[in-house]
Design a protein around this ligand. Structure first.
Ligand code: NAP
Length: 283
């Protein structure tokens, strides 16, 4: 079987068109557009690229965006003052601090300072708890993107066997919870899972978020599976996924490429979360 490639970039652009329309409606109703603020501390080159991509995406869909660039030696107190100002700013509906932050700043303490209603990365304990208990909240962007990409294939999720490899709070765990919400039968694997290939090769839906390039070879994939590769590792200057694409493409029914799969959807979901946050705040 030759897998269909899930074009995350094209799918994300389709999403953007719909978001542009929703922003227009929001502006008509409330006389302003949803606003996203990003705080970048220090000069991590990868973070600078991510932040630029977010700014560009905001421009493409007509969303208000502010980027605050702070020096690497910014104190926690100074950073908290900026977060508090955005928390209180009615023109800003979504707020995130780009991670990683330079030491000794604590990501946990930073996240806890952001108002849960503006936490468009879905990282606060409040939003994680809401996802856990099935209540409305803001869900982190990459996991939301994964679910949208699976749905884009038209394949049924309910009742199917879904395997997630990786159990981070950022990706693996929320993906597993979202698949459960969609009524899949979910198995969550990690570095201590015994005989991983025996588990993954039974998966109708396989999501990998590990960060080991090419690690899931053809033997890990079930014939006809939907394979979503979240992993991104830099190998000789190129982005590589967790899945050995050349082998998996011969077995899967649908597969995301790296780059051009999950990555573009992560930004689209960030913007979508900002619109959702704005709609809830004006209510
Ligand atoms: P992480 O916090 O490092 O978690 C990696 C997970 O993989 C852990 O749960 C770990 O298990 C598991 N793991 C490690 N080796 C394994 C093995 N041999 N077999 C099975 N599981 C193994 O990483 P993350 O933040 O979740 O990110 C995962 C990957 O996704 C990275 O490559 C990251 O760059 C990428 N990512 C991409 C996007 C995007 O937008 N495309 C967004 C976020 C992340 P233990 O818990 O047992 O250690």
């Amino acid at each position: 079987m030759q897998a269909k490639i899930i074009d995350g970039k094209a799918f994300a652009r389709g999403f953007e068109a719909d978001m542009r329309r929703r922003i227009g409606l929001f502006e008509k109703d409330y006389g302003m557009v949803p606003g996203l603020a990003v705080i970048l501390v220090g000069d991590n080159p990868a973070s600078q690229v991510y932040v630029r991509n977010k700014e560009r995406a905001c421009r493409r869909i007509g969303m208000h965006s502010e980027v605050l660039r702070l020096p690497a030696d910014t104190s926690e107190q100074a950073l908290f003052e900026k977060i508090d100002a955005y928390n209180a700013n009615p023109a800003i509906h979504g707020l995130l601090v780009q991670f990683p932050v330079p030491a000794p700043l604590s990501e946990e303490r930073i996240v806890a300072r952001i108002l849960p209603g503006k936490d468009v990365d879905g990282l606060t304990v409040e939003n994680a708890g809401r996802l856990f208990s099935g209540r409305e909240g803001l869900v982190s962007c990459t996991p939301r993107g994964v679910i949208e990409l699976i749905k884009s294939t038209g394949q049924r999720i309910a009742g199917r066997r879904a395997v997630v490899v990786g159990r981070s709070n950022l990706v693996g765990k929320p993906v597993a919870l979202l698949l459960l919400r969609e009524n899949a039968t979910v198995t969550l694997c990690h570095s201590r899972t015994e005989n991983l290939a025996a588990v993954t090769s039974k998966a109708d839906i396989l999501v990998s978020a590990v960060g080991r390039p090419g690690f899931l070879t053809g033997a890990y994939i079930k014939e006809g599976a939907v394979v979503i590769d979240v992993g991104t590792s830099r190998v000789e200057g190129k982005l590589k996924g967790d899945v050995c694409f050349s082998e998996a493409v011969e077995k899967a029914a649908f597969i995301t490429p790296v780059p051009g799969g999950v990555g573009p959807m992560t930004i689209a979901m960030l913007l979508d979360n900002t619109i959702l946050a704005a709609q809830r705040q004006v209510k």
